[in-house]
Design a protein around this ligand. Structure first.
Ligand code: ADP
Ligand code: ZN
Ligand code: ZN
Length: 778
């Protein structure tokens, strides 16, 4: 880099040698006044550091040395917002960080895109996408190695003591350089004192090596045997493999059990054969030993890195180092694996399984969507991206069928040996009439009979209810009183939970986690309190009553956020289901995905209506996905299996079409509706939420921001629509009032332009009072 003109750097003192240029530096905190990074001078001695290097900079009044990343380098002051007056005031980068970490250029490019697209300052973005364990260098150890300073180091020199001579003689016989512990063992020395002296005398030389240490093992699960692809699978593999070497988007629309994973595995193999690396993103919930182990088993000679939430900090850092040293050939992980530090030029394939999953969306800043980042990552790496799903998101379906920006590949049939489950819809209003008593029933006679048959037949049952707790509505028994249990900090009802064994009931808010005892009597009128509605705990209670042979926690296990607090609980539970110890697995959507157990003969959806009642334009889409995914869990043995879906809305198209396995009709109709009503994906959306404990303050700042956004939007011919502010659906959470502003436009580019302009004007200080969500998923 050529040095800058002298006029810019008039004062040169020994403390500040001439600068070689400028750098934008991202420090890991939200400095919203510098969304693209802070400008620093780069001294001559650090001029060699590339973009992406981790460095230390003086920060704030006290010039506190703070770690950060160089996000851009250059010599033109104008590009760094520097002028003749401001340059002398700039501070200089202090040093390279001792981790010597450097982010690959492709990763940095992706991070810059995330920062811009999701309107999140670059420092906050990097802090959000790089694992904390990497920044803190957990598990990093430095070892000292010894070798001879000169090949003929004289072990007979009279200058040396006897002990030193003997040590040197022993060292000469070793394979060098050798690590300190090995040297001590070979020489019989008890401390490194003598070795240090030999270094000072010029006989030995030391070097240091830093490695990340953590234990790492991933057992292969299942058979390593490859199946022969069907003609259709083969065609999909060939068509996608033909696009290797350049950016191309593909959507595999294949029913559950159609062999999509088999296609991914073959494509990864082809990618590795070309000497490139592959990334496979899966939903967190699918990172079970089952899926991950299956991949590991199929690549016995390659290094497969599995990034899941159960890793220790040291293991996470180890994975990161392996990836950045180019030692991991395949990286399998949840959404954050899209940010694996694969060396530039070596990524050859990105795959996103179950691309419709909302779990790919990060719910804290930067609020990125893992799938969209994966598309961007493939673009930066110039390689193909493959999205796969049995129920593609409408965004991806539209890209493949209308916009034709991606190629659609269909796998309409289940893999050989798998049968299509028969799905029956049960009208629950009808079923209820068959009960003679007036008690609440959640399992109707049709589902109960099918369960009885399946259990008698030694089959297994999966039961889904997407709502945890015991009951979701707590009210005064007297309807004229009207009291209901509400959270004191949130505008939301409390959910009843119970501990059956201790026979205790209490209420909890699912928004702020506040808990209290279930009131015995109505605080307004003293009459008794009743609980209504659904929850997994209530289903569990009913099942134990219906099927005396089921044992709680043994043959019947409930899977939800309350019982499965860590990934390990869930993994253990799946292992027990695989061993047939568990006969009935009942729970929330955690059990709807990716499970592949051949003895599941019956799947029951206790209520398909839990999502339908939400005021969300994606309610139909979510319901369709849930019903299709869960019914795809059976029919994996030789037996076709059946699914029973209980609903009060048997005519609802989402439920009817899911039961008929007709995704295309559903998606096409839903897309037409979204276009008609101007909803995503036909239009793009960004939501800004303002929060404050004072309602007036929250509203006032929301009003101001909305006005500013309107005037920015008006600068464009095809102005975006700015809606609001309006109170959020749940207007108060944890004591904070929330108002929302929505930005809508046909193009993502215009939304980005407005957000960028607002950000440069300092209007978007993300944090406690403001959240920006581009392409929100709920
Ligand atoms: P998906 O990912 O689409 O749900 P999988 O790839 O998990 O489907 O395949 C479902 C089951 O079918 C797996 O047990 C898999 O081993 C098997 N399978 C996939 N492709 C074939 C094939 N060509 N021949 C025989 N079995 C297959
Ligand atoms: Zn609350
Ligand atoms: Zn009352």
């Amino acid at each position: 880099m050529p040095p800058l003109t002298d006029s810019l750097f008039p004062i040169e003192s020994p403390q500040s040698p001439p600068a070689a240029g400028f750098a934008l530096v991202a420090v890991e905190r939200a400095l919203d006044h510098a969304p693209e990074g802070l400008t620093y001078l780069v001294g001559q001695s650090l001029a060699h550091l590339p973009e992406g290097a981790r460095i230390l900079v003086p920060l704030g009044r006290g010039n506190q040395p703070t770690a950060g990343w160089i996000v851009r380098k250059g010599t033109d002051p104008a590009e760094f917002g520097a002028s003749l007056e401001t340059v002398p005031k700039l501070k200089s980068i202090l040093a390279q960080d001792e981790s010597e970490a450097v982010l690959p250029g492709e990763l940095l490019a992706l991070a810059r895109w995330v920062s811009g697209y999701y309107a999140c300052p670059i420092g906050m973005t990097l802090a959000g996408i790089l694992p904390g364990a990497v920044r803190k260098q957990v598990g990093r150890v430095t070892r000292v190695f010894y070798e001879l300073a000169q090949p003929q180091a004289d072990a007979e020199s009279p200058k040396l003591t006897k002990r030193q001579r003997e040590a040197l003689a022993a060292i000469r016989l070793m394979e060098l350089p050798a690590e300190q512990v090995a040297v001590l063992a070979a020489t019989g020395l008890s401390s490194a004192q003598t070795l240090k002296r030999l270094v000072e005398l010029g006989c030995l030389r030391t070097s240091k090596r830093t490695t990340v240490e953590a234990s790492w093992s991933m057992a292969a699960v299942g058979s390593t045997a490859a199946v022969e692809p069907t003609a259709l699978q083969h065609e999909v593999i060939e068509n996608i493999a033909n696009t290797f070497g350049a950016f191309a988007q593909h959507l595999i629309f294949g029913v559950t059990g159609s062999g999509k994973t088999e296609v991914y595995i073959r494509l990864i193999r082809r990618c590795l054969d070309r000497g490139k690396k592959a990334v496979l993103l899966v939903p967190e919930i699918a990172l079970t030993p089952q899926t991950a182990g299956r991949i590991v088993a199929r690549f016995p000679d390659s290094r497969v890195a599995i990034l899941h939430s159960g890793l220790t900090a040291g293991q996470r850092n180890l994975m990161w180092s392996l990836a950045s040293e180019g030692k991991a050939d395949v990286i399998v992980g949840a959404r954050s694996a899209v940010f694996a530090p694969i060396p530039d030029g070596s990524l050859g394939l990105v795959i996103v399984d179950e691309e419709h999953e909302t779990g790919y969306k990060q719910d804290s800043a930067p609020r990125y969507h893992g799938r969209d980042c994966a598309i961007r990552r493939a673009q930066v790496a110039n390689c193909p991206i493959v999205l796969g799903s049995a129920t593609p998101s409408l965004e991806s379906w539209r890209n493949a069928t209308k916009r034709k920006t991606s190629t659609l590949h269909r796998l309409p049939d289940r893999a050989p040996g798998l049968r299509v489950p028969k799905v029956s819809i049960v009208d629950f209003a009808e079923e209820r009439r068959q009960f003679r008593d007036r008690r609440v029933h959640l399992i109707g006679p049709t589902l109960a009979d099918a369960m009885r048959e399946t259990l008698a037949d030694r089959g297994q049952v999966l039961l889904l209810l997407n709502r945890r707790g015991y009951a979701n509505y707590i009210a005064c028994a007297d309807p004229r009183c009207g009291w209901t249990a509400q959270c004191s900090e949130c505008d939301a009802g409390m959910i009843c939970h119970q501990d059956r064994i201790a026979s205790l009931q209490w209420v909890r808010c699912h928004h702020c986690q506040a808990e209290q005892q279930l009131p015995r009597s109505c605080p307004q009128c003293g009459k008794p309190v009743t609980v209504f509605g659904l929850g997994t705990q209530r289903v569990e209670e009913e099942l134990l009553g219906l099927f005396p042979m089921l044992e709680e926690g043994k043959s019947l296990v409930r899977v939800d956020g309350d019982t499965m607090q860590t990934a390990k609980h869930f993994h253990d539970c799946l292992a027990r289901f695989a061993s047939l110890e568990i006969r009935v697995l009942m729970g929330t959507q955690m059990i709807a995905k990716g499970l592949d157990f051949p003895s599941v003969q019956l799947v029951g959806v206790v209520s398909a209506d839990t999502a339908l009642s939400l005021p969300d334009f994606r309610a139909g889409e979510r319901t369709f996905q849930l019903v299709s995914q869960v019914s795809g869990r059976c029919g994996r043995g030789g037996n076709p299996g059946r699914a029973i879906v209980q609903t009060f809305f048997p005519e609802n198209p989402a439920i009817r079409l899911a039961a008929a396995h007709d995704y295309e009709s559903f998606a096409n109709q839903e897309l037409r509706d979204r276009e008609e009503f101007g909803l995503p994906p036909a239009r793009r959306l960004a939501r800004l939420t303002l929060r404050d404990t004072s309602e007036a303050k929250a509203l006032e700042s929301a009003q101001q921001l909305a006005d500013e956004l309107r005037s920015i939007a008006a600068q464009s011919k095809q102005a975006a629509e700015v809606r609001g502010p309006q109170a959020a659906r749940i207007a108060r959470v944890s004591g904070a009032y929330r108002f929302e502003i929505e930005l809508q436009h046909e193009t993502a580019a215009e939304i980005s332009r407005i957000l960028a302009a607002a950000r440069s004007a300092g209007l978007l200080p993300l944090g406690e009072h403001l959240a920006v969500d581009v392409d929100p998923v709920s």
